[in-house]
Design a protein around this ligand. Structure first.
Ligand code: ZN
Length: 283
């Protein structure tokens, strides 16, 4: 057998190098350390790699667990939101829409409608429903708001704190005692007491009446057929064209015009007809 391991030995008699095969035994003796070292190295490398691998795997698993938990929590929140949207849908359908007289969200629209090339995913359906509910409530809100504004323009308030001393209807004139129609109510109040608008509207008169006996007066048009009049003021706090809200101070009690003592003469006029203001006062 041909050996790959040959060493050359000097022959002092023949004066040449003589090739001598190296025996396996001596080769092992010489190479053993290297082989053992290599084996230990491989073992260390494999072991280290395994350890690193399992370390990375553990890290990944931990991260997955955290993500899993987050997904779970999001799912729960999503379900909670869906429950709320469902609640608002039912509330709108059974309670708010009938009160306002608005049309509720159609059942067909709620289940996703009939049009659409493909069925919606659960997430898409949730978003779509949330939008339906939002739109329905925005409509309700707009409707309620316009009603609220209409209510605010309906005269319903005492214009000044005080006692009603003279009602609407025929009465004896305080100056000459003759029977005369009294077209409003007189409310007794101290000179300078603030007078408030009984509903919101636009000021159409603010200042002296031209010889009509009302003295300094304010008239407000409520843009719904109603006009209110506040007379015998000491001074006004608004100008013609001003927009006033219910409760705004428009002037101060006085005794100008056809008046014997400080009081407010208050009139409610609907489409040109003077009505009994007591029907427009809270009890
Ligand atoms: Zn009066």
């Amino acid at each position: 057998m041909r050996s790959w391991f040959i060493r050359y030995v000097w022959d002092p008699y023949r004066l040449v190098y003589v090739p001598v095969p190296i025996g396996w035994r001596s080769l092992w003796r010489q190479g053993r350390v290297w082989v053992q070292g290599a084996l230990v190295g491989v073992a260390l490398f494999v072991g280290g790699f395994r350890w690193w691998e399992s370390y990375v795997e553990r890290q990944e698993r931990a991260r997955m667990a955290v993500l899993e938990e987050k997904i779970q929590r999001l799912r729960q929140e999503w379900q909670l939101c869906e429950g709320r949207v469902e609640y608002f849908y039912q509330r709108q359908r059974d309670f708010y829409a009938p009160i306002v007289g608005a049309s509720p969200i159609a059942a067909g629209a709620w289940i996703g409608g009939t049009g659409g090339a493909r069925p919606m995913s659960a997430a898409e359906l949730s978003l779509y429903r949330a939008n339906l509910v939002r739109e329905a409530y925005e409509k309700l809100h707009a409707e309620m708001r316009s009603r609220q504004e209409a209510l605010q323009r309906y005269p319903y308030m005492m214009p000044v704190a005080g006692m009603i001393t003279s009602g609407f209807g025929f009465r004896r004139d305080p100056f000459h005692g003759a029977w005369q129609m009294h077209t409003g109510v007189d409310i007794n109040a101290r000179y300078g007491t603030p007078v408030q608008a009984t509903a919101s509207g636009i000021v159409i008169h603010a200042g002296w009446d031209n010889g009509g006996g009302y003295g300094i007066q304010v008239e407000i048009n409520h843009l719904n057929g109603f006009v209110t009049k506040y007379a015998h003021l000491s001074r006004v706090a608004v100008q013609v064209g001003d927009t006033v809200q219910r409760g705004d101070v428009i002037g101060y009690v006085g005794s100008t015009g056809y008046s014997v003592a400080p009081h407010l003469h208050y009139e409610v006029i609907q489409n040109g007809t003077k009505l009994d203001p007591r029907k427009f006062l809270p009890l």
